[in-house]
Structures are given as structure tokens and as C-alpha cells.
Design a protein around this ligand. Structure first.
Ligand SMILES: N[C@@H](CCC(=O)N[C@@H](CS)C(=O)NCC(=O)O)C(=O)O
Length: 212
């Protein structure tokens, strides 16, 4: 299906959840209008009317409002990629993609993303615990790619890769080195070489320190 009017993306510039959606929109070549939510704006009455959880990202697509990064990936790939290259339609492919969406929402968040919240924003989280979770999830992801790559679900990129990319590639912003994970580093290069790839701005960590 083609799209002539832009899909509105409400985001924070440094939000990996938001970048995940921006990347999907770009890979699908969908026109987008980016709305940078000001600090605290996600708790305004107008924003809460779009997402009761008061978080970015949120999209508006021809009057349809949807929050939650992974839900948005499912929606965009189902609606705008009839080939189902990005979100496999077969039972096993769909289930495997979902499995990695759960990793993106689970340990990839509580590990690398939480460590990044500390590194960039001095968020009051347990950095040592986030680093331990990051090491466990990144080594599992690395082993999976080494055995079953080049992408998380088979031979071509899917929403699983889009969901996992931002917080993996930006893990060093939470003092998480990617040096021990060669398969992950090669995968990051493959994602960044995709037609339509858009980067998230890189930041240097200002708070916290490397894992002991
Ligand atoms: N489950 C949500 C999580 C989104 C999320 O954590 N958003 C953060 C930015 S990365 C946010 O809006 N934080 C501000 C807040 O919670 O007030 C999703 O996948 O979209």
C-alpha cells in the first residue's frame, strides 16, 4: 500500500524506542512528519490523550493513533509491506520475530537501554545490575547471530532486527563495550548498510562508568 500523506511520529531525539520507529518508517520509505516532544510534554493532557502511559513514541496515521515501539513496527510492516518481507506471515517466521521483540522489550531494555539512561541522563538505576543484564543479553544475541545469522530471523532483515538495533548499537553510551561481540558488530554494520537506514544521534556518556 502506498502512502501520500505523512505519518506523524511523536518522539524524543535521543530515544532508542523512537529511533526504532523512525528507522522502520525510513526502511519502508514512508513519508514522515517528526514531532519532537519537549521535555515533560509526554505527560501533558494532550499527549496523555494519545498514550495514557505518557511515553514516546506515538504515531498518528490518518487519524489512527498508536503507541509502543514494537506495536508500531508490527502495524507498519503489516499495513505497508504486503510482501511481508519485514514481518514474516508464516507461523514460524512470525513467532520468531515476536520472540526477538520480547528480547527488545525485556533484557535489551533493562540492560543496555537502562545503562544508557544512566550514562546520558544520570538516571537513578543500578548500573552494575544493568551491566550484568547487558552482558547476558548481548552475548546471547551474539551467539544466535554467529550460529543462525546473518539476521535475527534468517536471511533477510525483519522487524526483529529493527527492534533490536538502536539500543544494541548505542550500548557504548551506557559504558557497555561491543568489543566482545564480533557477530553483533558485523550485524550492526549490515543494518547500517541497508537502503533507507537512518542513524540516531551518537552521544558520549557523561555519567557512571564502565562495568567493573
Ligand atoms: N513500551 C514503550 C516504552 C517507551 C519508553 O520507554 N519511552 C521513553 C523514552 S525511550 C519515555 O517516553 N520516557 C519518558 C517517561 O516515561 O516519562 C515502547 O516500547 O514504546
Amino acid at each position: 500500500m502506498t502512502q501520500s500523506f505523512p505519518i506523524r511520529l511523536h518522539r524524543f531525539r535521543l530515544s532508542g524506542h523512537s529511533h526504532r520507529v523512525e528507522l522502520m518508517l525510513s526502511l519502508l520509505r514512508l513519508p514522515v512528519e517528526i514531532i519532537d516532544v519537549p521535555p515533560g510534554g509526554q505527560k501533558s493532557e494532550a499527549f496523555l490523550a494519545m498514550n495514557r502511559f505518557g511515553q514516546v513514541p506515538v504515531i498518528e496515521d490518518d487519524g489512527y493513533v498508536l503507541a509502543d515501539a514494537n506495536a508500531i513496527l508490527v502495524y507498519l510492516a503489516t499495513r505497508y509491506d504486503p510482501s511481508r518481507r519485514w514481518y514474516p506471515a508464516d507461523a514460524q517466521g512470525a513467532a520468531e520475530a515476536q520472540r526477538w521483540l520480547s528480547v527488545a522489550a525485556g533484557p535489551l531494555f533493562s540492560g543496555p537501554a537502562v545503562a544508557r539512561l544512566v550514562g546520558l541522563f544520570d538516571a537513578k538505576h543500578d548500573l552494575a545490575r544493568a551491566h550484568a543484564t547487558a552482558a547476558a543479553v548481548l552475548s546471547t544475541m551474539d551467539a544466535h547471530l554467529a550460529e543462525a545469522g546473518p539476521f535475527f530471523v534468517g536471511q533477510s532483515p525483519t522487524i526483529a532486527d529493527v527492534a533490536l538495533y538502536s539500543y544494541t548499537a548505542h550500548a557504548p553510551e551506557g559504558h557497555v563495550s561491543l568489543a566482545p561481540y564480533p557477530a553483533l558488530r558485523a550485524w550492526i554494520e549490515r543494518i547500517e548498510a541497508l537502503d533507507g537506514f537512518v542513524p540516531m544521534v551518537r552521544s558520549a556518556p557523561k555519567f557512571g562508568g564502565p562495568a567493573a
